[in-house]
Design a protein around this ligand. Structure first.
Ligand code: KMH
Ligand code: ZN
Length: 315
């Protein structure tokens, strides 16, 4: 459960604004330029997102980029326009080396970063079957290359991120767990004293290479996390593609927090593209309110997750 000092449970809504999974040809609404990323992030915060999970893209062709200068084209604008917590990816995108993946986070020293809890296959090639015409020449090859790509997150990598960003700069993490083994990897780092409660566990459902999207999968991840971590963790749910809304709604009913956004899902409903991240956030906020659940403000999220505060970031 996620309670603030007032004692009531509040649901933290994270919004993942653009990511590195989808390609521009899937949706004209996928934010690509710094301006689009900033506008979408601010719209998501306005709609109720307490945490903004951010990646950068090359504004010319929408390809994910690790370039810290590109991040710095939208981070100050987002900071100036909202109190929401800024969370920068350390997963980056396909083919990026670890130092590239960490460059923007080390520059910005945000309150939060993602931290992926195991190496895995990450199959995005199925996306190509749904695209009639590619807008940019990198997209088809990039999707196809995911057949032979290993998303590398070794113990050494995780240890390094925990020490440099965590111990070094007071960053706290969104621990991205795509399968049950990742929870055990996290437990290893908890036992090693490198991960301190209350830690934020983002359980991810529906990535090819990770666990599926059956309610039993959700139950099994929750049961396992409960057994390994007891009260030490705060649970959040991410569902890929059309599974986003049902998975996060189930998670919220079971006591979890939710992540939505165009990084994980481009549809607002069946056959209807979401026109902005704000639309996706507004939809889950409506559902949570119908379920009589309260929404966490950014400051609630800071308290719940013991974050260092917006005054202590590096930009
Ligand atoms: N794209 C998500 C499935 C990261 O940025 O570190 C997971 C993610 C990874 O958000
Ligand atoms: Zn991400």
């Amino acid at each position: 459960m996620t309670a603030t000092s007032s004692g009531s449970r509040k649901v933290i809504v994270s919004c993942a604004v653009t990511g590195a999974v989808h390609v521009p040809s899937q949706s004209p609404y996928l934010p690509i330029t710094p301006e689009q990323i900033a506008t979408n992030a601010l719209g998501a915060a306005e709609a109720g997102a307490a945490i903004l999970h951010l990646h950068a893209r090359n504004p010319e062709n929408g390809r994910p980029t690790p370039d810290p200068d590109m991040y710095m084209k939208f981070l100050p604008q987002i900071k100036a326009g909202t109190n929401a917590v800024i969370n920068i990816t350390t997963g980056g995108g396909q083919g990026m080396a670890l130092d590239q993946r960490l460059a923007a986070a080390l520059r910005a020293k945000p309150e939060m970063c993602s931290l992926n809890m195991g190496s895995m296959n990450f199959g995005r090639f199925g996306i190509a079957n749904r695209i009639k015409e590619f807008k940019f020449d990198w997209e088809a090859d990039d999707l196809e290359a995911s057949r032979d790509y290993i998303f590398r997150n070794t113990y050494k990598d995780i240890d390094y991120i925990l020490k440099t960003l965590g111990e070094g700069h007071g960053v706290r993490f969104e621990y991205e767990c795509y399968d049950v083994g990742h929870l055990y990897n996290l437990a290893y780092f908890v036992d090693a004293g490198l991960v301190k409660p209350p830690f934020f566990v983002q359980t991810i459902f529906g990535i090819l290479g990770g666990i599926g999207t059956d309610p039993e999968d959700l139950m099994h991840m929750k049961r396992t996390a409960d057994r390994l971590f007891g009260d030490s963790y705060r649970w959040s749910v991410l569902g890929a593609g059309r599974h986003q809304l049902p998975m996060v709604t189930m998670g919220a009913i079971m006591g979890g927090n939710v992540r939505v956004g165009l990084e994980d899902n481009i549809y607002l409903g069946k056959g209807e593209l979401a026109k902005s991240n704000g639309e996706l956030v507004a939809k889950i906020v409506r559902i949570l309110k119908e379920l009589s659940l309260d929404i966490a403000t950014p400051d609630d999220a800071r308290e719940i997750l013991n974050l260092k505060g917006a005054a202590n970031i590096g930009f």
